[in-house]
Design a protein around this ligand. Sequence first.
Ligand SMILES: Nc1ncnc2c1ncn2[C@@H]1O[C@H](COP(=O)(O)OP(=O)(O)OP(=O)(O)O)[C@@H](O)[C@H]1O
Ligand SMILES: [Mg+2]
Length: 283
Amino acid sequence: MSTATQPKVRIRALGKVFEQSTAPHPALDGIDLDITDGEFVTLVGASGCGKSTLLRILAGLEHHSSGELLCDGRPVRGPGADRAMVFQHYSLYPWLSVIDNIKFSRRLKANRAELTSADVEAASGRADALLSLIGLEKFARAWPRQLSGGMQQRVAIARALMGRPAVLLMDEPFGALDAQSREVMHDLILHIHRVERSTIVFVTHDVEEAIYLGQRVVVMQPRPGRIQQIVPVPLPAQRHQDMKHTPEFRALKAEILARIKASAGMETDADLLQRLNAVQATA
Ligand SMILES: Nc1ncnc2c1ncn2[C@@H]1O[C@H](COP(=O)(O)OP(=O)(O)OP(=O)(O)O)[C@@H](O)[C@H]1O
Ligand SMILES: [Mg+2]
């Protein structure tokens, strides 16, 4: 059990080195981060700064090379039902209906140990409740191919929530969606966070998304991947889309973007475009 003094997730001096044929590749170094129970933390940073690697280590899909990682005070040694992951690409099983996709993790468990009929009934109730939470009650019997990308991702989130994970890990889950669908998903995930009270660690490239969703934004920097700064978001718990247009929000976004750009030591797309235009003009 998590206590007031014990964080849900405790990361201390965590490092990750990928052993490669050429030379060892240090991907993460000296990561220190405590995440409290029920917190919504977002991770941003330049491409290659180790966001996905850190998330995969939290999920137990990858082992850290050094340091300490505890979930509820216990060392993370592999995947566990207390942590669930949602990836960028919709990972639904095409041969299962929406409702059966949501129940799928429960089926896996059923293969390992006998479930009672009461368990199965409870699971069905949970799956129905999640379907309604994501607003897809009418699509229980639909096939994934009949759903839009955003709808499929909602089902993937419901499936991840099925086993009541204490920690939900999300790696650019809305990266493939159009801007409008993303806004809907943002408010949905905030609603889910309130209802389910799970701890969420959310990776994104999108600084606006990171601020809008997060209670804290962890800004990372590359070579090797480190935490540059942890920025508390000074917005009320109840967010709404209009907040994105306030001067405070814009200023915070500009500050974080500037930090990422400086730490990445590389040009933004806008810089690159400007340089290409200049080259063309002199050619
Ligand atoms: N399995 C692997 N073997 C070797 N190197 C890896 C492996 N996975 C990741 N890396 C390297 O570790 C570093 C961090 O990668 P990671 O995918 O975690 O970055 P990221 O911040 O998620 O990037 P992006 O924003 O592009 O998704 C990169 O330099 C990457 O090339
Ligand atoms: Mg990544």
